[in-house]
Write a protein that binds this ligand. Structure first.
Ligand SMILES: N[C@@H](CCC(=O)N[C@@H](CS)C(=O)NCC(=O)O)C(=O)O
Length: 222
């Protein structure tokens, strides 16, 4: 059986988990925390989580895993059949990954782990997020799902990344940039949270955050 290895406090882990549930693929969740141990590096060359163990070996990078699942388990597709429509879904995912998630990640230390971001970093992040959110709005209005009328791969990503962006900016900038810059996307995050796959993953996330914090505290003491 496939093994999803990582930890459920991570939105990268959770986007893959939503895809596995939506596609109806049996899988086992194996808790692995960030580590540069040889055992982890063998499965994930950069030590990044999540990675997926398959009968043929392990593969890392959440988006690569999503694409692998689509190729290996095509019965319940998460991408449209038309090549151009597929490209548009991947474009949307790239905006979410590179121009929003990777950008706001600079605020996570302060937002979630007791760190401090400099005023300069906050200004840079805010500027980049405003630009990224405007780019997103040029490609989707979130009137139904992230990319059209059916749930798909872009929803696996948006449903996990956008709420964290909202939370992190609210805590560190004192303003929910998602609600402020793109109200329809904010409404979408509330709607999609009721979808059973997303709800299950978010429920697991709450316990996952507690477990991860306990793990970090135990490492700090050791
Ligand atoms: N591009 C990677 C990013 C994954 C990532 O950064 N995961 C974090 C956990 S949320 C991680 O593994 N951090 C440990 C590290 O960077 O060494 C993906 O999409 O899977």
């Amino acid at each position: 059986m496939l093994q999803l290895c990582g930890f459920p406090a991570s939105n990268y882990h959770n986007k893959v988990k939503v895809a596995l549930i939506e596609k109806g693929i049996p899988f086992e969740e194996v808790i692995v925390y960030p580590s540069k141990d040889e055992t982890v590096l063998r499965d994930s060359p950069m030590g990044k989580l999540p990675f997926l163990r398959t009968a043929q070996g392990a593969v890392a990078e959440s988006q690569v895993i999503l694409d692998y699942l689509e190729d290996a388990y095509p019965a319940q597709p998460l991408y449209p059949a038309d090549p151009f429509a597929r490209a548009r879904v991947r474009e949307l995912i790239t905006i979410l990954e590179l121009h929003l998630e990777l950008v706001v990640r600079r605020l996570y230390g302060e937002a979630f782990f007791g760190g401090k971001a400099s005023d300069n970093a906050k200004t840079e992040v805010e500027k980049a997020l405003v630009k990224g959110l405007a780019a997103l709005a040029r490609r989707t209005d979130f009137s139904a799902f992230a990319a059209g009328e059916a749930f798909g791969a872009a929803d696996c990503v948006a449903s996990m990344h956008l709420p964290v962006l909202a939370m992190a900016t609210k805590i560190t900038l004192g303003r929910d940039l998602l609600a402020e810059q793109f109200p329809a996307a904010k409404a979408y995050t509330k709607r999609i949270a009721d979808r059973p796959s997303v709800k299950q993953v978010n429920d697991d996330r709450k316990a996952g955050v507690e477990a991860f914090n306990a793990y970090v505290a135990s490492k700090a003491k050791a």
